[in-house]
Design a protein around this ligand. Structure first.
Ligand SMILES: Cc1cc2nc3c(=O)[nH]c(=O)nc-3n(C[C@H](O)[C@H](O)[C@H](O)COP(=O)(O)OP(=O)(O)OC[C@H]3O[C@@H](n4cnc5c(N)ncnc54)[C@H](O)[C@@H]3O)c2cc1C
Length: 382
């Protein structure tokens, strides 16, 4: 049986120095009242914030300077990610491009894609969305039916995607499409394409979430042309790229800190003299949080060494998002309140915001059942 690798890791001095730098930046943002921490998270889209964060060096941190990056380590990036989340910074505009699309382009994109797109992402001016899920293939991603057909100089894409976060405000989607027929190997014949959202033939329709907000969409492709140099890697490599990408997507602090501000406000609310029940619940939660943090930092260390910790990343995502979902329930049981988004009180607003978004935490990026299947396979149990 294979084993998990969660080695102990202490952050190097340069990561500690980076923490000071990002805290100073966030403090400056707060002192100008530039965001509402109690209602923001990594999915809150604010292009102005992203531009300022990029100007301060916090986007594309690990990429080569040649492409606008900062050549920092994954551990320095890890520290910036957790500080952004801890502060409740509205980092959603650049989040996906910085976390996974940019690294994918760096690894598998053509030289033109790297040279034209990466510096714009690193400047906080170019945003990405993920075009994987389809109406009949979310968990079963290998069943995608969106099709790309070879034409002179590139490909044309036909089909549709669903739940595409921010499709209406990003510049590009990375679209997973079938480039050769479904034969016995379902994973062969899939390819990823970098598709500009202003391409002719794309139609984007909103889907409102439970909070009434417009975050995700349906996206329709009708004969959308994509040039050859916007193909990721070689045709047919899509499945390999997608599974590698999910290691970046699943293991970061964004998988257990989406509602960390609510936990912080709970600690403020129960004050210096909590009841025994409150102290036990908060203590358990904080212990759980620090174990997750250690696991996630350890994965950042493995990524730094060039490894692909796919099983470990699936575990962090499964346990981390279950933790995120538990927080609002725990808060409700400790501090009974009728929360409302319209309330003046920040605690009530924060709780209402999280209650309306928490059900999605375990769905986005892969459901628990799928993750557990992957973990069992990774451990050689299935
Ligand atoms: C807020 C949010 C943002 C999202 N953003 C994006 C995005 O930007 N881009 C994108 O491509 N997708 C996005 N998604 C889609 C997300 O990845 C899918 O919702 C998720 O993968 C599940 O797919 P599905 O909704 O089709 O559910 P289904 O696959 O139909 O699953 C339904 C239920 O059946 C269970 N199930 C399915 N198959 C199995 C199995 N083999 N064994 C056991 N149980 C199973 C699932 O666990 C789930 O509980 C987003 C989703 C949310 C909620």
């Amino acid at each position: 049986m294979q084993a998990f690798r969660f080695e102990a890791l202490s952050l190097p001095p340069e990561a500690q120095a980076m923490r000071k730098k990002v805290r100073a930046f966030l403090q400056d943002e707060r002192s100008h009242n530039r965001f509402a921490a109690h209602r923001s998270s990594w999915s809150t889209f604010d292009a102005e914030f992203s531009r300022r964060a990029a100007a301060a060096g916090f986007v594309g941190m690990t990429w080569p300077k040649q492409y606008g990056g900062g050549e920092y380590s994954n551990l320095e990036r890890f520290v910036v990610t957790e500080e952004m989340l801890a502060a409740g910074a509205p980092a959603g505009a650049h989040w996906i491009a910085d976390r996974q699309s940019g690294p994918q382009i760096l690894k598998h994109g053509s030289e033109r894609a790297r040279a034209t797109i990466l510096p714009k992402i690193a400047a906080g001016e170019c945003y990405f969305g993920i075009g994987m899920s389809e109406p009949d293939s979310g968990s079963d991603l290998a069943a995608v039916r969106t099709k790309a057909t070879r034409v002179d100089g590139g490909w044309t894409i036909n089909g549709s995607k669903i739940w595409t976060s921010n499709a209406h405000r990003v510049h590009y989607l990375i679209v997973l499409a079938r480039t050769s027929p479904l034969d016995q190997d379902r994973h062969a014949g899939l390819t990823q394409f970098i598709v500009a959202t202003d391409s002719k033939g794309i139609q984007i329709r909103p889907i409102l979430n439970m909070a009434g907000g417009h975050e995700f969409n349906e996206v329709f492709f009708k004969d959308v042309f994509v040039p050859d140099d916007m193909v990721m890697g070689q045709p047919g490599e899509g499945w390999k790229h997608v599974t590698g990408e999910l290691a970046f997507e699943r293991a970061g602090p964004d998988r257990f800190m989406s509602d960390i501000r609510l936990l912080v406000s709970l600690i403020d609310k129960v004050g210096a003299e909590p009841s025994e029940r409150q102290a036990i619940a908060v203590g358990r939660c904080v212990a759980h949080f620090s174990a997750l943090r250690r696991m996630s930092a350890s994965i950042a260390g493995l990524l730094e060494r060039g490894e692909r910790p796919i099983t470990e990343a699936a575990l962090v995502k499964d346990v981390g998002t279950a933790f995120e979902r538990e927080i609002p329930e725990m808060v409700r049981s400790l501090v009974p309140s009728e929360s409302s988004l319209d309330d003046e009180d920040e605690f009530s607003q924060a709780l209402a915001h999280v209650l309306l978004h928490a059900p999605s935490f375990t769905l986005r990026g892969g459901t628990p059942e799928i993750l557990r299947g992957m973990i069992a396979r990774g451990l050689g149990l299935r």
